[in-house]
Write a protein that binds this ligand. Structure first.
Ligand SMILES: Cc1ncc(COP(=O)(O)O)c(C=O)c1O
Length: 305
């Protein structure tokens, strides 16, 4: 059973979740002409009157950019204001996932992005571990990640998630936990809703932003953190065969956090994962507001303000 936050942001204000409903004729529902964000909000373990948001500025910027890719405007201040209003209206006491969504709100037909109303909503859902922190098995998908020349992949465009959905279900139905998608050039792109890293001979490697990936905020954070911790990080095309001989493979994302991959297709990967462990531990401390060096990555929303 899903546990939604009782109040959602809808048509410019907080309303009870059950009242935040759309018409069956809503344009975005039919054409996938929306874009969303996904950020975690965590009650501060050390202060019940404070909610911690990880890299809220980056999330707001990406959503605002996604809106521009849909040829509409949604400024970052509006996103921040609505997120804070939702948190104050709900006062969450457990970790939640906030889902802001900008979408074409007109009723009726004709796929287009001109002469059309857009709107913006947010709802929240309780979210613990999206993937098992112990590790996941991955199938290499028969579905290929879309290309930026057909679809703006720098945005989190809702219609694009048909490919993620097909890949995830194909993986699960064939006995795996997750899917790894190759891109149209035959290189590793990412998982259904996470970016991918491998470790080879102590070097952290991840497909570059030119490999049809979503520009993940966790990915960017892992890269920055790893470099600050003295690791060598290389962004370059990754071949499928490297997944089988890597010392470590792991996934990164807001929902998945940092999740190890324990098997790719029929190949079991080595169990000690020192690089992933170090990065995961540090990221957990940062997201829980326990790392003063990275306090600038955390937005603290006061509930008693
Ligand atoms: C397709 C896809 N790739 C990667 C990611 C990871 O991005 P982030 O770390 O910003 O959550 C997500 C999740 O939002 C995603 O949906």
């Amino acid at each position: 059973m899903h546990q939604f936050l009782p109040q959602a942001w809808f048509r410019g204000r907080c309303v009870p979740f059950a009242e935040a409903t759309l018409s069956v004729a809503t344009h975005a529902l039919h054409y996938g002409t929306g874009a969303f964000g996904g950020m975690r909000a965590l009650p501060n373990p050390a202060d019940p009157n404070e909610i911690l948001l990880f890299r809220a500025d980056r999330h707001a910027r990406r959503l605002s950019q996604s809106a521009r890719l849909l040829l509409t405007e949604l400024d970052e201040a509006t996103i921040h204001g609505a997120i804070e209003a939702v948190l104050r209206a709900n006062r969450p006491t457990c970790p939640v996932y906030l889902r802001p969504f900008v979408y074409t709100a007109d009723l009726g037909i004709a796929p287009r992005l001109h002469n059309i109303e857009t709107d913006f909503l947010i709802y929240g859902i309780e979210l613990g571990d999206y993937l098992s922190p112990e590790g996941v098995s991955c199938r290499i998908s028969s579905w290929i990640r879309q290309e930026d020349r057909s679809l703006p992949l720098r945005g989190k465009i809702s219609g694009a998630y048909i490919t993620s959905s097909l890949a995830k279900t194909e993986a699960v139905k064939s006995g795996f936990d997750e899917a790894i998608l190759m891109n149209s050039r035959g290189k590793v792109s990412e998982a259904s809703g996470m970016n991918l890293f491998i470790v080879r001979d102590g070097v952290l490697i991840t497909p570059g932003v030119d490999q049809d990936i979503l520009e993940g905020i966790t990915r960017a954070s892992v890269i920055e953190l790893a470099r600050a911790m003295g690791m060598t990080v290389v962004e370059r095309p990754v071949d499928k065969s490297e997944l089988f001989i890597a010392d470590e493979v792991f996934l990164s994302g807001t929902a998945a956090k940092v999740t190890p991959v324990r098997r790719v297709e029929a190949t079991d990967l080595p169990a000690p994962r020192p690089v992933m462990e170090r990065l995961r531990e540090r990221l957990t401390a940062i997201t829980e507001g326990r790392d003063p060096d990275y306090d600038h990555w955390i937005t603290r929303v006061r509930l008693d303000a």
